[in-house]
Design a protein around this ligand. Structure first.
Ligand code: AMP
Length: 546
């Protein structure tokens, strides 16, 4: 028997309509690319999104057309999210730090019609334009006064485009499984692969994040997504913040410590989301300037493993609760969050950090299993570890127009292979051990490169660390630690090993420590272990060569 409830689709346009009606005066504040701060309200954002939707129609954009963005986190980017998806087109966010060939590949693979760009990226697009097949024009996200001279064909000014457009637009209702946005993820090899989100998956993901204990978001919160809107929809922030009427604070292009600190304290930011690298810069600034956070309560750290020392510093020095989140582009992206339980709050700090250093408990709608090499399920006992697979309504069922990648990405039961190696504890919390490609197999036992790196960066004179496997005649592989020192530090190999030997099992100790000026990072700021392995491909461990 079917239930007798209305079959109303879950639409992204309903979010902005809801926010405009329910929290009309709540603010959206942006640091702009032109310089200065822009502020308006959810009511204004909804009105301008409708104007933009009308403007897109005049440009000939129709349902299913891909409209790309190359932009920082600002109010205009927010409007594009809602206008494109709301009218039935697809918002394709592009990471401006992608290597040129990958950039051209995804514009052509997605068959982008228009590209919306911030002023910052106009020179980049001028260089790349000749490589694009089907782009009809560009919209430069600025006003007439700041329009640059450009060789880009059909370059329009955002503010002129929407000025004079009607403020009325009836957002259409259609099948909630219709595609709404597109984000490509770069693997270590091959071309980037597209995750094509739907209206339904976007709303379900937003609801799941909001219902997770520990989020604590409401109309009284001010949320700053440092995580870029070009990376998995800023982890969903632009969709779930309006649902609870939280103030949104967009940092624009200024992601350095001093700029973030100024914006956070100036705008009463209570919650901020971003990757570990960003927090490293911010915490270093707070240390050197002696400043403190005025309103900050919660920081979400994700995208790669959060060092324990970072979470300790947030708590001890600033009284800020750091949550650790794990997820993937293919998962919309949030999978788990490491919030404490009520009974954990009385634990000593070290015991709390033990919980937070893990990746946390799953969101509703994310199922997890770990399997051995034959695909057999492993117990969730906190001991066994193997490849992690997931399924759920906000997880991809295939890559966008990529049969080859899709064929490899799922097991026989349709679960998505994350490529992460993990343990699941009896209390349901996930512990990422490593990427399947990065784990070090020493004498049949596994060493987690992530754990070693996180211990190493706890050393006060180590700025960044990476661990890779080096072939070894007896043990198969042994760990090599590659370190960037803090400025002015003289710490040497023995100093590092002495520090680590108090913190990790003896057989985990790296066989060598190498000091470098910098480590390779990819477009989303993550360490590129594949590049590092390439750099050290001719390296021999001292015990082996000697
Ligand atoms: P991306 O799709 O670019 O966001 O990358 C997803 C991958 O980043 C995951 O499969 C993990 O390997 C890694 N990752 C993301 N968050 C975490 C975390 N909190 N701890 C460890 N690894 C993480």
């Amino acid at each position: 028997m079917r239930g007798l409830m209305m079959d109303r689709p879950l639409m992204i346009s309903h979010i902005i309509d809801y926010a405009a009606e329910t929290f009309p005066d709540q603010e959206i504040v942006s640091r702009t690319t032109e310089g200065g701060i822009h502020r308006y309200t959810y009511r204004d954002a909804a009105r301008r999104s409708r104007q933009l939707a009308n403007a897109l129609k005049t440009l000939g954009v129709t349902e299913e057309d891909r409209v790309a963005t190359l932009a920082w986190n600002t109010y205009r980017h927010f409007e594009i999210y809602y206008a494109t998806s709301g009218m039935g087109a697809i918002c394709h966010t592009i990471n401006p730090r992608l290597p040129v060939d990958q950039f051209a590949y995804i514009v052509n693979h997605a068959r982008d019609r228009y590209i919306f760009t911030d002023l910052t990226f106009v020179p980049l697009l001028e260089k790349l334009h000749g490589m694009f097949d089907g782009v009809r024009g560009y919209v430069i996200m600025t006003d007439a006064a700041h329009m640059p001279e450009t060789s880009l064909p059909n370059a329009l000014c955002y503010e002129e485009l929407i000025a004079g457009q009607s403020e009325h637009f009836d957002w259409p209702d259609f099948d909630e499984n219709t595609a709404s946005s597109l984000c490509y993820t770069s693997g270590t090899t091959g071309n980037p692969k597209g995750a094509l989100y739907s209206h339904r998956s976007t709303l379900l993901h937003a609801f799941s994040v909001l219902t997770t204990p520990g989020m604590n978001l409401s109309e009284e919160s001010a949320l700053l997504p440092v995580v870029p809107m070009f990376h998995v929809n800023a982890w969903g922030v632009p969709y779930f913040a309006p649902l609870v009427g939280a103030k949104l604070v967009f940092p624009g292009p200024a992601l350095d410590g001093p700029s973030l600190a100024e914006l956070m304290n100036g705008e009463g930011v209570t919650h901020a989301w971003g990757v570990p690298t960003v927090w490293l810069g911010l915490l270093a600034h707070m240390r050197s300037s002696g400043e403190s956070f005025k309103n900050l309560q919660r920081v979400l750290i994700g995208g790669s493993a959060a060092p324990r020392a970072m979470m300790a510093e947030f708590k001890e020095r600033h009284g800020v609760e750091a949550l650790h989140g794990w997820g993937m582009t293919e998962m919309s992206p949030v999978g788990t969050l490491s919030q404490l339980r009520p009974q954990d709050r009385d634990l000593p700090l070290e015991a709390q950090l033990d919980i937070k250093a893990k990746q946390g408990r799953r969101l509703f709608g994310v199922e997890m299993k770990i399997v051995d090499e034959q695909g057999g399920r492993l117990p969730h006992d906190g001991q066994a570890f193997g490849e992690l697979l997931v399924r759920g309504p906000a997880i991809i069922s295939a890559y966008y127009e990529n049969e080859e990648a899709s064929a490899k990405a799922f097991d026989d039961e349709g679960w998505f292979r994350t490529g992460d190696v993990a343990k699941i504890h009896p209390d349901g919390s996930l512990e990422i051990v490593d990427r399947t490609k990065d784990v070090i197999k020493s004498g049949g036992e596994w060493i987690s490169s992530i754990d070693l790196e996180n211990e190493a960066v706890g050393h006060p004179e180590i700025a960044e660390a990476a661990v890779i496997a080096i072939p070894h005649p007896k043990w198969d592989e042994r760990p090599l630690l590659v370190v960037v020192r803090e400025p002015g530090s003289q710490v040497d190999k023995q100093g590092v090993l002495d520090y680590l030997s108090e913190r990790v099992a003896k057989w985990w100790l790296p066989d060598d420590v190498v000091f470098v000026e910098e480590l390779p990072h990819g477009a989303t700021g993550k360490l590129q272990k594949a590049k590092l392995r390439e750099q050290f491909k001719d390296y021999t461990l001292p015990q082996v060569s000697g």
